[in-house]
Structure formats: C-alpha cells, structure tokens
Design a protein around this ligand. Structure first.
Ligand code: NAP
Length: 484
C-alpha cells in the first residue's frame, strides 16, 4: 500500500533534493485544514540549477529520435493509469476535488502524454518551389530549446501534462513550476517520468512560496526560450511584459468568464445536465466553467427549477468520502470571493434560489452549490470569473441580444450554447468571440482539440496537432548549386 511521502523533495536535474535554503513549507488539505505533507521551499537558486541542468540536457534530448521520446511518454502515461488510485488520492488531498473527479483528471492528464507520444512523429517540414532553378527551399522544424511551465492549482496534473507532452515530444527540455498550493501531484509526475526512463535533466519540478521571485528568475534567463503559463490574466500580463526582455516565445491559457446560452428550442434536460457538469466540475474553479447562464425567457423558469433541483441533490464534503460530489474550494480567499459575488448580486436585486452560504462544517473551505436568479449585467458575477459553485441565471429575449451580451467581456475562452436550430449553431460559432465553442456540449475539452482563448483569455493553443507548434521553431534551408 502506497503512503504519502512525509518528506517530499524537489526534482532538479534528475536528483531528489532539498531547497538550497533548507526551508520547507506545508501543503494544506482544503477539506480539513490539516497539513498533508511538507515540501522544500525553492527559490531563485534552485530554479537556476534546474535551468542549468535543462540547458545541459537539451542537445542530447533534441537528438533522440521522436519514436524514442514517444516511448518514454507512453510509458509515463501507462504508469499514470496504473497508479490512478494513488495519484487521485494525492490530488484530492491537496486540491479538494472529489475522488471521482481526480481519477478523471489523471486519465485526462495521461491522454496528453498519449496524444503527443504519437504527434511527435508527425513534426513534418515542407519543400517550397524556389524562384531560381539553381536552388531548393526546405523548411525544418526544430525544438525551441529549454522551456518552462508555470501551472495553476485547479488541475494539478493535467495543466502540467498538457505542456509537458508537446514539449518532450518536440525535443524540448522543461522546468516546471507548479502552484505552491498543489505541488504534490507535480512531484508524483516527476517520479513517474523518472521511472519511465526520462534522461536526467530533461525535466525538473521546482516549487516555492515566492512565485514572483521564481517567475522572475525564469523570465530573465535568456536560455529559457519558451514559457507556457496557465493561470490568471493578471499574472499572464506580468509574464508577457517580462518575456519581452529576452524575446521568449510564450503561450498563455488565462482566465475565462464563460457564457452558457440556452435557447427556447433546446433540449432543456440536456442543457441542465451539461450546465451542471460545466458549472460544478472542480467546484466551479475551472477556467471554462459556465459563469453567466443566459436562458431564453420562454424556458427560464423550467431551466432554473431543474438546475436548482440537480444542484440541491449534490453532496458537499470531504472529497475522499464515498458519495461526495462537491468538495471544498482551494483556500479561504476563494470562499470569500464567491460569497462577495453572491452578496453583491443580492444587494443589487438578485434572488437566491438555492444555497447562498457556507454550509455548516466545522473545518474546510466549503461553499454550498448556489443558484441565483434575477441577475443583471451590473452585478460582479456578470463581470468577473466567480471561480465557485454559483449558477447565475439571466433571462434573454433574442439571439442578437444574447450574442452581444456574451461578447461584452475582455475574456474569450469558452462559450456554450444549446439549440436545435442548425443554422443558429453556425451563426453563433462564427459570431461568439471565443476560442472554444460547446454547441450542445458542456464538456468540450479533449487532447485532440486545440484548447485556448482569444482576447484576454490567452495566446496559443494546447492539445491537438496545433499544440506541438508552440514548441518548435521554423527554419529553412535555401540550398544552392543544384544545376550541373
Ligand atoms: P495565478 O495566481 O495566476 O497562478 C498561476 C501560477 O502562477 C501559479 O503557479 C502561481 O504560483 C504562479 N504565479 C503567481 N504569481 C506569479 C508571478 N508574479 N510570477 C510568476 N508566477 C506567478 O492563478 P491561479 O489562481 O492559480 O489559477 C486560477 C486562474 O487560472 C483562473 O483565472 C483560471 O481561469 C486560470 N486557468 C486557466 C486555464 C486555461 O487553460 N485557460 C486553465 C486553468 C486555470 P503560486 O500558486 O505558488 O502563487
């Protein structure tokens, strides 16, 4: 039986080590407020060492053939499936999501390694007709070099493998900086990579409590040629400014504020089921979570009643326990933000149909599944990501009105809409300013699709054949002297 390692270490250049400072910090279980484990508190020195080791490993890793790199990724994915129970338990302990969701995330995380194990074999070049009979033009794609991943706590494994899979498949080395709130899943992935036979130095996992200092060290190092960040738009903007000094390649998966639109002609039961899935996955703490639920006036009463009935049946509690479907939020500040959104809506005239408060629990950062109706555009829930289990329902009258409202935000990650009108499916796909469109689908994320946002939700795509492009540089050879 596997046990939580009481003394986790950093994974730097293929070695398990303490932080240069010797300091450690606690990882807290958000369901019980107890310490789950302690982890070395890395700082700039540790990051520097990880980058040194990645730079030293880069050339040899890039020279490994794609099939060989793919085998290591496939072995790592297989180990993740084999250890799903242990990995899911670690995730639930540090992040709070119910075990069934953690198992789902481990499978989702492994799917990126599986997908890119194959995709790495298809980094094709081109030949281009030349304007001279004496020349030929050949396009090559080469790994960008040392890369870094900075990842959030809400998907402690999948946000890592979605970056790691394409980086390793393309022949890049990677330094990973997970969130200090969920470092254990990242360190478990490092163990798996080591066991899968990844050469030393190709991947390091370094985590500490001073994210701005660690981030700065990564951003100012010229040898890091690419940074992939998933997290808030606010931090994404800081990193984008910092990337300018060394002209790094960057990709950003940032905040969302997803509209979920239900037309009167939709299958209302399917719309409710999908709204529940989108809203409640990870307790609503996902970038693609339905945040603004627009329902056509003819069906708003039916939809609100059915949504409230479904959310009212959900079981809030410690995600390790059988039958729990809603875990805690990540930290006290998250509960405060959710409550502030609900109270603001009520003060501005909204009605609480369900929940609207912290459930009676002696410990843990819980918030009850909540439905509010009579919501308008002036309320905070309609202006910012709530990142919690609050379904804010707004009635609308016609298509043009709801498209304008849905687009009236600086975010552009995911949008959902439910309708049986095929013409409308295309009209909305074309007019909604979002990177991901769930047409009659509340769960569109999958390894083979190009995940990513427009506007202030980010730059670049992850997953799919496009995801690997973020980790290669395009070069060309102009070859002369062809004619006799
Ligand atoms: P966050 O505060 O931006 O943190 C994300 C990562 O950046 C963490 O590793 C964090 O470390 C680190 N960080 C914080 N400040 C930094 C700085 N100044 N320089 C360098 N790194 C820094 O976001 P979060 O609260 O963890 O995650 C929630 C956000 O992520 C939401 O906005 C959500 O929508 C977004 N998200 C987007 C996607 C997507 O694919 N578009 C997916 C998931 C989440 P510490 O945690 O240790 O402080």
């Amino acid at each position: 039986m596997w046990e939580l390692a009481d003394r986790y270490q950093l994974f730097v250049g293929g070695e398990w080590k303490d932080a240069a400072s010797g300091e450690r910090f606690d990882v807290i279980n958000p369901a019980t407020e107890e310490v789950v484990a302690t982890v070395p508190n890395a700082g700039p020195k540790d990051i520097q060492e990880a980058i040194d080791k990645a730079a030293a490993a880069q050339v040899a890793w890039a020279e490994t053939v794609a099939a060989e790199r793919g085998k290591i990724l496939s072995r790592a994915a297989a180990l993740m499936h084999e250890r799903v129970e242990d990995l899911a338990r670690v995730m639930t302990l540090e992040e709070g999501k119910p075990l069934a969701e953690s198992r789902g995330e481990i499978a989702y995380a492994a799917s990126f390694l599986e997908w890119f194990a194959e995709e790495g074999r298809r980094i094709y070049g081109d030949t281009i007709p030349s304007s001279s009979p004496n020349k030929r033009i050949l396009v090559l794609k080469r790994p960008v070099g040392v890369t870094a991943a900075i990842t959030p706590w809400n998907f402690p494994a999948a946000m890592i493998t979605r970056k790691l899979g394409p980086a390793l498949a393309a022949g890049c080395t990677m330094v990973i900086k997970p969130s200090e709130l969920t470092p254990l899943s990242a360190l478990e992935i490092a163990k798996i990579l080591e066991e899968a036979g990844l050469p030393k130095g190709v991947v390091s996992v370094v985590v500490g409590t001073d994210a701005p200092a660690i981030g700065q060290e990564i951003m100012r190092d010229f040898r890091v040629r690419k940074v992939s960040f998933t997290g808030s738009t606010e931090v994404g903007k800081i990193l984008m400014r910092q990337a300018a000094d060394t002209m790094k390649k960057v990709s950003f998966e940032l905040g969302g504020h997803a509209p979920f639109i239900v037309f009167g002609d939709a299958d209302i039961d399917a719309a409710v089921e999908n709204a529940v899935a989108s809203k409640m996955r990870g307790m609503g703490e996902t970038c693609v979570s339905a945040n603004r639920i627009y329902v056509q006036r003819s069906v708003v009463e039916e939809f609100t009643a059915k949504m409230s009935e479904r959310l009212g049946r959900m079981q809030v509690g410690n995600g390790l326990e059988e039958g729990i479907t809603v875990g805690p939020l990540i930290e006290p500040a998250a509960v405060e933000k959710v409550d502030r959104h609900v109270q603001d809506a009520v003060a501005k005239g909204a009605t609480i149909v369900l929940g609207g408060q912290r459930p009676a629990a002696s410990k843990g950062y819980f918030y009850a599944p909540t439905v509010i109706s009579g919501v308008n555009e002036k309320m905070l829930v309609m202006q910012e990501e709530t990142f919690g289990p609050v379904a804010a329902i707004v009635p609308f009258d016609d298509e043009d009105e709801v498209i304008a409202k849905a687009n009236n935000t600086r975010y552009g990650l995911a949008a959902y809409y439910f309708t049986r009108d095929i013409g409308r499916v295309f009209r909305l796909a074309e007019q909604l300013e979002y990177g991901i469109l769930g047409a009659n689908d509340g769960m569109p994320s999958t390894a083979q699709a190009p995940f990513g946002g427009v506007k202030e939700s980010g730059l670049g795509r992850e997953g799919s054949k496009y995801g690997i492009e973020e980790y290669v540089d395009i070069k060309y050879i102009s070859l002369g002297g062809i004619q006799k």
